[in-house]
Unconditional design. Sequence first.
Length: 252
Amino acid sequence: MDPVNIFDFETIARERLPKEEYDYIAGGATDELSVERNRRAFESWALRPRVLRDVSRLDISTTVLGTKVDLPVLIAPCGGHKKAHPDGEFATYRAAASRGTILAVSANSSTSFENLAQSASGALWVQLYPFRDKEMLTNWLNRAKRAGYKAVCVTLDSQWPPKRERNIRNNYKRVRGVNYPPAGGAAGAPRLGARAVFIGRPLFWGLAADGEHGVARVLDILKEEIEITMAKCGRPTIADIDASVVVKAPRL
């Protein structure tokens, strides 16, 4: 049966991926408390429905950093898409472009910045870690700019490696992304008011299930659910969504 929600894709991914790869995608750091808390925090909020509003025409497009997107769901910079499908980031990029949204390319991408930028039409952003090597940092930014990347996503919580316990138990070895220079080379020496959100794990679930088409289907499901929710809340556009829509969920 075809998946009807995002977690159906996770079930397929769990069945198809090697255990160590699924655990890498699904796991979190240090007892995975934040993974659990994030879900509980999301569930602690409810949306206030509004009826007798004109929602005959819905528009879920928005702008993020001056870039127009047709869907307020962007692809987060997660590394190594080939873990889930041989086409890797190429499949993800084609799916994102076909749905009018943005792929933020991970610093640990399994595909080079340049090759990915030549593969399809669409907006691309790039992830950047605050490298101590200033020459490497400058080279990274120059390469991305020459390739046509439009924005930089700076990751600041990586100065100390996390304790990923599933990876330790699986003896999982992370492979450095192809965009880094060879070792020994010259350079080696969801909140209120947001215009859009990033997704991470669901892109891997979609890739594992059906490559490019799986990612596109994940985005289609999210689009459908956003449109239904906006209609139920009487908000025909993203700009119409304000803090009055969100309330604390009542205690059960």
